[in-house]
Design a protein around this ligand. Structure first.
Ligand code: COA
Length: 224
């Protein structure tokens, strides 16, 4: 059966409770204690088409949503989660790519950022063209940093004046990529080798991943 990865909408609101459950379980596992999202919040993201959902038949197996900060100058792709039984199949990377593309489509001039301790997310972000940045380059919107209050490391953040913590800040700045793209359009001799890296087309088409029936924790990805 296929796992479909698509922009969530009002038809998916019935999945909100289960998505909150998946987020809660994964936060417990990681021991970060990140604030529990309410089903109402998830529903609002679906209705405003600011979320990506992964479905295996009628089972929700992954999710992520968009948040805007500093008057839409910054966008965060938050709440990324993949159901345990469906991990290591490439679903997380595909959701992240789709939510990234949706963010670029909706907010083409915004800087896209995240903070994470997760190796998988760092890897995915890097492939999308994010680079590690100090917290001072991220949104200074108080409301964003208040979201860290549920984390057990919040005292470390406060102790460091919100300038650093255990998470790594990562950011994709479209302005940097614009200049890379225009450099890439110049004659080949003038183009340094690295400028073509991370060129990312904007596309929010549904992505299909075909997986084996009854995937196990280490299931096999047949085709991405
Ligand atoms: C993070 C998460 C979404 C990854 O989902 P996934 O579907 O298993 O990820 P993918 O299969 O697409 O893997 C993407 C890459 O990360 C790597 N990866 C996956 N899990 C990893 C782990 N635990 N440690 C290190 N690398 C990992 C994969 O090998 C892959 O690398 P590759 O591109 O070189 O092959 C999933 O583990 C999850 O839901 N975790 C709990 C919630 C969470 O941590 N969210 C992020 C909050 S910032």
């Amino acid at each position: 059966m296929n796992v479909r990865i698509l922009v969530a909408d009002a038809s998916h609101t019935g999945y909100a409770e289960r998505i909150c459950e998946l987020m809660y379980i994964s936060a417990q596992e990681r021991g970060t204690g990140i604030a529990k999202r309410s089903p109402e919040y998830i529903v609002e993201k679906m209705i405003s088409r600011k979320a990506i959902i992964a479905l295996h038949g009628d089972r929700v197996v992954g999710f992520s949503y968009i948040e805007t900060w500093s008057h839409k100058a910054f966008v965060a792709n938050s709440g990324l989660v993949v159901d345990h039984e469906y991990r290591h199949l490439g679903i997380g990377a595909k959701i992240k790519k789709s939510i990234f593309n949706l963010s670029r489509e909706k907010y083409p001039d915004a800087k896209i950022f995240g903070i994470t301790t997760g190796a998988a997310v760092m890897k995915i972000n890097y492939k999308l063209g994010y680079r590690p940045v100090p917290f001072s380059e991220l949104t200074q919107d108080e409301a964003f940093w208040e979201g860290c209050q549920g984390c057990r490391n919040y005292d470390i953040l406060l102790r460091n004046n919100k300038k650093m913590c255990l998470c790594t800040g990562m950011m994709y700045d479209p302005a940097e990529h614009k200049s890379r793209r225009s450099a890439a359009a110049r004659p080949a001799a003038a183009v340094p080798e690295k400028v073509t890296a991370h060129a990312t087309a904007v596309s929010t088409k549904t992505v299909i991943i075909r997986i084996k029936e009854q995937p196990e924790k280490t299931g096999t990805l047949i085709k991405a």
